[in-house]
Design a protein around this ligand. Structure first.
Ligand code: FES
Length: 153
């Protein structure tokens, strides 16, 4: 039998009658594999290839837009974020924090605005000392910096 392995497929499971199920690394269904009349195996997929991604613990978004912080402090803070995450050991491994900048989070005042998921905690008036606390206390230790929170999911 021949099998053209799809790079996005990570797991094959026999589900009986010669039919094999295939799943992506994230466990999502990728399709079924059927032997054809020439003793080859055909992967019939119902979904396009999906990327796989290493696990992470939290996602932090920082607004770098000009409305919530007209002096564009958000950009300066975002430039500091990788070093702060590295200092706290949050760039790699299962506790890693993914980061992203956005041009607007729909608040547009009292910025820079920072939001942390999965908790859905929103921080306002973030400056460098507060960002350091958010990284250390919230992202690393899991303790929300309550006095700077203005909204929750
Ligand atoms: S510009 Fe920052 S929230 Fe809109």
């Amino acid at each position: 039998m021949q099998f053209r392995r799809n790079a996005a497929i990570s797991r094959l499971v026999s589900i009986g009658d010669g039919i094999i199920g295939a799943s992506h690394a994230n466990g999502k269904y990728a399709g079924h594999i059927f032997p054809d009349s020439h003793d080859k195996i055909i992967l019939k997929t119902s979904m396009p290839d999906l990327p796989s991604m290493d696990p992470y613990a939290r996602h932090v978004l920082l607004c770098t837009g000009a409305y919530c912080s007209p002096d564009r402090r958000g950009r300066e803070l975002y430039a500091q974020l990788p070093a702060l995450l590295e200092r706290e050991g949050l760039l790699f491994g299962p506790r890693r924090v993914k980061r992203g900048e956005t041009s607007c989070l729909g608040v547009c005042t009292a910025g820079p605005i920072v939001v942390v998921y999965p908790e859905g905690v929103w921080y306002a008036n973030v400056d460098l000392p507060l960002l350091e606390r958010i990284v250390r206390e919230h992202l690393k230790e899991g303790r929300v910096v309550e006095e700077a929170v203005f909204h929750r999911l």
